[in-house]
Design a protein around this ligand. Structure first.
Ligand code: NAD
Ligand code: TYD
Length: 346
C-alpha cells in the first residue's frame, strides 16, 4: 500500500552563465551542472572559447548553449525572456594582460561595455542575483610585504585590469543607485585543466614539451598567488549562494610563487633541462607582486581552498600530457600569429 506523500517539487533555478566555454567558466559548468539548476551558457567563442571544453556535458537536459556577445543587448534580452532567467554569473571577458597591451579595444568592448549591458538588463528584468567574476589585478601591485584585502583601494595598472576595475565600479554603482542584488568575486591567478596556453603555466608546459624556449619576463622574480581553478569555482559558488549584495569577496589560497620557481618546477616535473629557460624583455608596466587575504570569504561564507599546490600542479601537467590533441587544436594559425607578435622580437 502506498502512503499519500506530498511531493514538493522545488523549481529549478535558471542561471545565465557567460563565458562558459573559457577556462574557468567551463570548469564551473562541469562542476555544478549536476545540481538542481538549469544552465544557459552564452559565449561568443572567441579564440579563448571552445565548445570542446564542455563536450562531456553538452547533451545534458539542463544545459543550453547560445553563441553570441554579452554586449549585444537584444540578443541577451531574448535569452532572459525566453528562459525565465533568475540569475547571472558573468565570467565572459578578454582575459590576457599581454593581449590588452597589444590592443585594449576588445577589452573595453567586452569587459566594460558587456558588463554594463548585463547590469542594465539585470535592472530591467529584475534578475534576482548577479555575480561579477573579477580579479585581484584590480588592486594593482604590492611591494614585498602585505596582502590585498577587500578594502585595498582599486588601482589597476594594465589595460586588462583597468577594464575589469571599471566593470567592478559599474557593478557597485548599480547596487548603490538602482538597488540590484549584485556581488563581486576577486580571485588570484588560476591554474588547472583547459587553460588556454597563452597563460604562464600552460604556455611553459607546452613549450617544454616541444623543447621550445621558455620566455620568462624580466628577472623572473614577479610573484603571483596561485589557486587551482576548482577552488576558485567553489568560491564563486559560495558567493553565488550566500554572498551579500554590494560586497566583494577575495578568493585566494596563500600560495605565493615567483615566476621562475613555477617555470623550474614545471621543467622538473617534465624532466626537461633548465637550459630551455630564456629571460626576455619585461612586460611593460609588469605588476611585481600579488597576494590575497581571503579571510573574509572564509569567515563569512565558510569557504576555503582545499587543493595543495604541489599536487595540483602535478595533476595539471599530467592533464596537458593526456590532452595534447586538445592543445594542438587550440594552437592554431591565429594563436601562432599572436605568439610571433608577442615573442618574435625577443
Ligand atoms: P578565458 O579567456 O579562458 O575565457 C573567456 C571566455 O569568455 C571565452 O570562452 C570567450 O569566448 C568568452 N568571451 C569573450 N568575449 C566575449 C563576449 N563579448 N561575449 C561572450 N563571450 C565572450 O578566461 P578565464 O581565464 O576563464 O577567465 C574567466 C573570468 O575570470 C574572467 O572574467 C577573468 O577576468 C576572471 N579571472 C581570471 C583569472 C585567471 O587566472 N584566469 C583570475 C581571476 C579572475
Ligand atoms: P599570466 O599567466 O599572463 O597572468 P597575469 O599576468 O594575469 O598574472 O602571467 C603570470 C606571470 O608570468 C606574470 O608575472 C607574467 C609572467 N609571464 C612570463 O614571465 N612569461 C610569459 O610568457 C607569460 C605569458 C607570463
Amino acid at each position: 500500500m502506498y502512503k499519500n506523500k506530498m511531493v514538493v517539487l522545488e523549481a529549478k533555478e535558471n542561471i545565465l552563465i557567460t563565458g562558459g566555454c573559457g577556462f574557468i567558466g567551463s570548469n564551473f559548468i562541469r562542476k555544478y551542472i549536476g545540481r538542481n539548476i538549469n544552465i544557459f551558457n552564452v559565449d561568443d567563442l572567441t579564440y579563448a572559447g571552445n565548445l570542446e571544453n564542455l563536450k562531456e556535458i553538452e547533451e545534458k537536459e539542463n544545459y543550453h548553449f547560445f553563441k553570441g556577445k554579452i554586449q549585444d543587448k537584444e540578443f541577451i534580452k531574448q535569452i532572459l525572456i525566453e528562459n525565465n532567467i533568475d540569475s547571472i554569473i558573468n565570467f565572459a571577458a578578454e582575459s590576457h594582460v599581454d593581449r590588452s597591451i597589444i590592443d585594449s579595444a576588445p577589452f573595453i568592448e567586452t569587459n566594460i561595455k558587456g558588463t554594463s549591458v548585463l547590469l542594465d538588463l539585470t535592472r530591467e528584468f529584475n534578475i534576482k542575483k548577479y555575480v561579477q567574476v573579477s580579479t585581484d589585478e584590480v588592486y594593482g601591485s604590492l611591494g614585498e610585504i602585505g596582502k590585498f584585502t577587500e578594502l585595498t583601494p582599486i588601482s589597476p595598472n594594465s589595460p586588462y585590469s583597468a577594464s575589469k576595475a571599471s566593470a567592478d565600479h559599474l557593478v557597485m554603482a548599480y547596487v548603490h543607485t538602482y538597488g540590484i542584488n549584485a556581488m563581486i568575486t576577486r580571485c588570484s591567478n588560476n591554474y588547472g585543466p583547459f587553460q588556454f596556453p597563452e597563460k604562464l603555466i600552460p604556455l611553459m608546459i607546452m613549450n617544454a614539451l616541444n623543447n621550445k624556449e621558455l620566455p620568462v619576463y624580466g628577472d623572473g622574480m614577479n610573484v603571483r598567488d596561485w589557486i587551482h581553478v576548482d577552488d576558485h569555482c567553489s568560491g564563486i559558488w559560495a558567493v553565488y549562494q550566500n554572498g551579500k549584495s554590494g560586497e566583494s569577496y577575495n578568493i585566494g589560497s596563500d600560495t605565493e610563487k615567483t615566476n621562475i620557481e613555477i617555470v623550474k618546477l614545471i621543467l622538473n616535473i617534465l624532466g626537461k633541462p633548465e637550459s630551455l629557460i630564456k629571460y626576455v624583455k619585461d612586460r611593460p608596466g609588469h605588476d611585481r607582486r600579488y597576494a590575497m587575504d581571503s579571510s573574509k570569504i572564509q569567515e563569512l561564507l565558510g569557504w576555503k581552498a582545499v587543493i595543495n599546490f604541489d599536487e595540483g600542479i602535478k595533476n595539471t601537467v599530467e592533464w596537458y600530457l593526456n590532452n595534447l590533441d586538445w592543445c594542438n587544436r587550440i594552437i592554431d594559425g591565429s594563436y601562432m600569429e599572436y605568439y610571433n607578435l608577442q615573442y618574435g622580437n625577443n
